[in-house]
Ligand binder design. Sequence first.
Ligand SMILES: [Zn+2]
Length: 216
Amino acid sequence: MTAPPPSPVSTARKPRPLTGAPDSTRSGHKRRPGSRRRIPGARGPLLILLAVLLAVPAAIFVFLATREPNRIRPTGIVIHHSALGSRDADRRADAATIDRIHEQRGFGVEYEGRVYHIGYHYVIRHDGTVQAGRPERCRGAHCKGHNDRVGICLLGTFTNRPPSVRQQKALIRLCRDLMARYNIPAERVVPHRDLGHTACPGNRFPFATLRRQLGD
Ligand SMILES: [Zn+2]
């Protein structure tokens, strides 16, 4: 038997090592131990890899720094009354009063760099004045489990008497505006008592009338 011809692989030149021991036989002079041989074209992919490795944590950092955990898109409206203990207290109160009360109850959240204590998004005073509470896009603190809905508090205690006519008119205007802007159907406008163990906003609150006016 004759020996097989030498394989072409066996005659090919061995690839040079990328790094490693000095190669004094080929270059004719000694390289310093530990120095790297420059490989043409090897730096591009390394730079791309480095850029990717830096970009990923940078993107995560930007995401974490700019996200707003308390941001919501309102999905409904919950109606409350203030029930501050007396008719006089309800009449004198305003959004700042509720803010102080809710601060004591620890309702505060940070939203876009500011702290809001008041849990409602709007307050409607006896004379029909509408006051802003926390921003509409900020998660509320007014109805456990349903704080992705706008909370509107009418100042008063509607267990014995209904809200003033001005309050009711202001409430209808505000609800219509919110419903139009956030595409909220009338059935998603509810009294607090429908969502929790409470009598809020009182049995004299004319809810059936409100729903009728909102087109339910
Ligand atoms: Zn309530």
